[in-house]
Write a protein that binds this ligand. Structure first.
Ligand code: ADP
Length: 167
Protein backbone atom coordinates (compact mmCIF):
# COMPACT_ATOMS: atom_id res chain seq x y z
CA UNK A 1 0.00 0.00 0.00
CA UNK A 2 1.28 3.48 -0.89
CA UNK A 3 1.52 6.21 1.75
CA UNK A 4 -1.21 8.69 2.57
CA UNK A 5 0.58 11.89 3.52
CA UNK A 6 -1.59 14.02 5.79
CA UNK A 7 -0.47 17.67 5.91
CA UNK A 8 -1.85 19.44 8.96
CA UNK A 9 -1.24 23.04 10.01
CA UNK A 10 -2.70 26.51 10.30
CA UNK A 11 -4.29 28.30 7.36
CA UNK A 12 -1.48 29.91 5.38
CA UNK A 13 1.16 27.60 6.82
CA UNK A 14 1.87 26.19 3.35
CA UNK A 15 -0.10 22.94 3.05
CA UNK A 16 -1.42 23.56 -0.47
CA UNK A 17 1.92 24.91 -1.74
CA UNK A 18 3.84 21.93 -0.36
CA UNK A 19 1.19 19.45 -1.57
CA UNK A 20 1.54 20.76 -5.13
CA UNK A 21 5.35 20.51 -5.03
CA UNK A 22 5.35 17.09 -3.34
CA UNK A 23 2.92 15.72 -5.94
CA UNK A 24 5.62 16.19 -8.61
CA UNK A 25 7.78 13.62 -6.75
CA UNK A 26 5.13 10.91 -6.38
CA UNK A 27 3.69 8.80 -9.20
CA UNK A 28 -0.06 8.49 -9.60
CA UNK A 29 -0.62 11.01 -6.83
CA UNK A 30 -3.93 12.60 -5.88
CA UNK A 31 -4.34 15.65 -3.63
CA UNK A 32 -7.36 15.82 -1.32
CA UNK A 33 -7.60 19.51 -0.45
CA UNK A 34 -9.79 20.35 2.54
CA UNK A 35 -10.92 23.68 1.04
CA UNK A 36 -11.86 22.07 -2.29
CA UNK A 37 -13.78 19.21 -0.62
CA UNK A 38 -15.73 21.73 1.46
CA UNK A 39 -17.28 22.99 -1.80
CA UNK A 40 -18.41 19.48 -2.73
CA UNK A 41 -18.74 16.37 -0.59
CA UNK A 42 -18.45 18.37 2.66
CA UNK A 43 -20.68 21.30 1.71
CA UNK A 44 -23.27 20.21 4.28
CA UNK A 45 -20.73 20.59 7.11
CA UNK A 46 -19.58 23.66 9.06
CA UNK A 47 -16.81 24.40 11.54
CA UNK A 48 -18.20 23.07 14.84
CA UNK A 49 -16.14 20.37 16.55
CA UNK A 50 -18.64 17.69 15.50
CA UNK A 51 -18.58 18.83 11.88
CA UNK A 52 -14.79 19.07 11.77
CA UNK A 53 -14.59 15.49 13.07
CA UNK A 54 -16.95 14.37 10.30
CA UNK A 55 -14.90 16.29 7.71
CA UNK A 56 -11.80 14.39 8.88
CA UNK A 57 -13.60 11.06 8.79
CA UNK A 58 -14.83 11.59 5.23
CA UNK A 59 -11.42 12.69 3.96
CA UNK A 60 -9.86 9.63 5.60
CA UNK A 61 -12.40 7.29 4.00
CA UNK A 62 -11.90 8.86 0.56
CA UNK A 63 -8.14 8.62 1.04
CA UNK A 64 -8.48 4.93 1.85
CA UNK A 65 -10.40 4.30 -1.37
CA UNK A 66 -7.70 6.08 -3.36
CA UNK A 67 -4.97 4.01 -1.66
CA UNK A 68 -6.92 0.88 -2.56
CA UNK A 69 -6.87 2.10 -6.16
CA UNK A 70 -3.05 2.27 -5.91
CA UNK A 71 -2.70 6.06 -5.76
CA UNK A 72 -0.30 8.01 -3.65
CA UNK A 73 -2.49 10.37 -1.60
CA UNK A 74 -1.70 13.79 -0.15
CA UNK A 75 -4.23 15.42 2.17
CA UNK A 76 -4.01 19.18 2.75
CA UNK A 77 -6.36 19.99 5.59
CA UNK A 78 -6.01 22.18 8.70
CA UNK A 79 -7.48 19.26 10.72
CA UNK A 80 -7.04 21.10 14.04
CA UNK A 81 -8.10 18.28 16.39
CA UNK A 82 -5.69 15.60 17.46
CA UNK A 83 -8.54 13.14 18.04
CA UNK A 84 -9.68 13.47 14.42
CA UNK A 85 -6.19 12.91 13.08
CA UNK A 86 -5.68 9.93 15.39
CA UNK A 87 -8.90 8.36 14.10
CA UNK A 88 -7.61 8.64 10.55
CA UNK A 89 -4.31 7.12 11.68
CA UNK A 90 -6.24 4.13 13.01
CA UNK A 91 -8.33 3.89 9.84
CA UNK A 92 -5.35 4.01 7.45
CA UNK A 93 -2.83 2.09 9.58
CA UNK A 94 0.84 1.90 8.61
CA UNK A 95 0.31 3.90 5.41
CA UNK A 96 -0.59 7.04 7.37
CA UNK A 97 2.15 9.66 7.53
CA UNK A 98 1.35 12.80 9.48
CA UNK A 99 3.34 15.86 8.46
CA UNK A 100 3.08 18.93 10.63
CA UNK A 101 3.37 22.03 8.46
CA UNK A 102 4.58 24.25 11.25
CA UNK A 103 4.54 28.02 11.00
CA UNK A 104 4.02 30.69 13.67
CA UNK A 105 0.56 32.26 13.64
CA UNK A 106 2.10 35.73 13.13
CA UNK A 107 3.80 34.58 9.91
CA UNK A 108 0.63 32.86 8.62
CA UNK A 109 -1.29 36.02 9.38
CA UNK A 110 1.26 38.17 7.60
CA UNK A 111 1.11 35.91 4.51
CA UNK A 112 -2.70 35.73 4.62
CA UNK A 113 -2.79 34.28 1.06
CA UNK A 114 -6.60 34.10 0.99
CA UNK A 115 -7.35 37.20 3.09
CA UNK A 116 -9.04 34.98 5.68
CA UNK A 117 -7.15 36.22 8.76
CA UNK A 118 -8.15 39.78 7.95
CA UNK A 119 -11.79 38.68 7.78
CA UNK A 120 -11.48 36.64 10.99
CA UNK A 121 -9.92 39.60 12.85
CA UNK A 122 -12.77 41.80 11.59
CA UNK A 123 -15.26 39.27 12.97
CA UNK A 124 -16.54 38.38 9.50
CA UNK A 125 -15.51 34.73 9.91
CA UNK A 126 -16.26 32.94 13.17
CA UNK A 127 -14.46 29.90 14.60
CA UNK A 128 -11.32 30.56 12.55
CA UNK A 129 -8.48 28.23 13.54
CA UNK A 130 -5.75 30.08 15.42
CA UNK A 131 -7.96 33.11 16.10
CA UNK A 132 -11.10 31.99 17.89
CA UNK A 133 -10.85 28.23 17.41
CA UNK A 134 -7.95 26.12 18.72
CA UNK A 135 -5.27 24.27 16.77
CA UNK A 136 -3.89 21.24 18.59
CA UNK A 137 -0.28 20.75 17.55
CA UNK A 138 0.70 17.19 16.60
CA UNK A 139 2.56 15.26 19.28
CA UNK A 140 3.55 12.24 17.21
CA UNK A 141 3.78 13.43 13.62
CA UNK A 142 6.20 11.46 11.46
CA UNK A 143 7.69 14.64 10.00
CA UNK A 144 7.65 18.31 11.04
CA UNK A 145 8.72 21.10 8.69
CA UNK A 146 8.85 24.75 9.67
CA UNK A 147 7.89 26.80 6.62
CA UNK A 148 8.99 30.06 8.24
CA UNK A 149 12.58 28.76 8.15
CA UNK A 150 12.76 26.30 5.24
CA UNK A 151 12.08 26.87 1.55
CA UNK A 152 9.31 24.89 -0.20
CA UNK A 153 11.99 22.68 -1.82
CA UNK A 154 13.67 21.98 1.50
CA UNK A 155 10.33 21.00 3.05
CA UNK A 156 9.59 18.63 0.17
CA UNK A 157 13.07 17.11 0.46
CA UNK A 158 12.58 16.39 4.18
CA UNK A 159 9.22 14.75 3.56
CA UNK A 160 10.59 12.67 0.67
CA UNK A 161 13.56 11.61 2.81
CA UNK A 162 11.14 10.17 5.35
CA UNK A 163 8.99 8.44 2.71
CA UNK A 164 12.07 6.88 1.13
CA UNK A 165 13.11 5.30 4.43
CA UNK A 166 9.81 3.42 4.50
CA UNK A 167 8.89 2.75 0.86
P1 ADP B 1 -2.41 26.62 3.37
O1 ADP B 1 -2.75 25.64 2.27
O2 ADP B 1 -1.71 25.97 4.53
O3 ADP B 1 -3.55 27.48 3.77
P2 ADP B 1 -1.01 28.02 1.27
O4 ADP B 1 -0.09 26.98 0.66
O5 ADP B 1 -2.30 28.31 0.56
O6 ADP B 1 -1.29 27.61 2.79
O7 ADP B 1 -0.23 29.40 1.45
C1 ADP B 1 1.07 29.45 2.00
C2 ADP B 1 1.77 30.73 1.53
O8 ADP B 1 3.06 30.79 2.13
C3 ADP B 1 1.97 30.77 0.03
O9 ADP B 1 1.77 32.10 -0.40
C4 ADP B 1 3.44 30.35 -0.12
O10 ADP B 1 4.04 30.87 -1.27
C5 ADP B 1 4.08 30.92 1.14
N1 ADP B 1 5.31 30.23 1.59
C6 ADP B 1 6.48 30.82 1.92
N2 ADP B 1 7.41 29.91 2.31
C7 ADP B 1 6.82 28.70 2.21
C8 ADP B 1 7.27 27.36 2.48
N3 ADP B 1 8.51 27.08 2.90
N4 ADP B 1 6.39 26.35 2.30
C9 ADP B 1 5.13 26.62 1.88
N5 ADP B 1 4.64 27.85 1.62
C10 ADP B 1 5.47 28.90 1.77
Amino acid sequence: MNPLIWLTGLSGSGKTTIADALKQQLPNCYILDGDVLRKGINQDLGFSIEDRIEVGRRIGEIGKILLDANHHVIVASISPHRATRDKVRTLIGDSYIEVYIQCPLEVCEQRDPKGLYKKARAGEIKFFTGIDSPYEEPVHSEVTVDTSILSVNECVKQIMKYIETRW
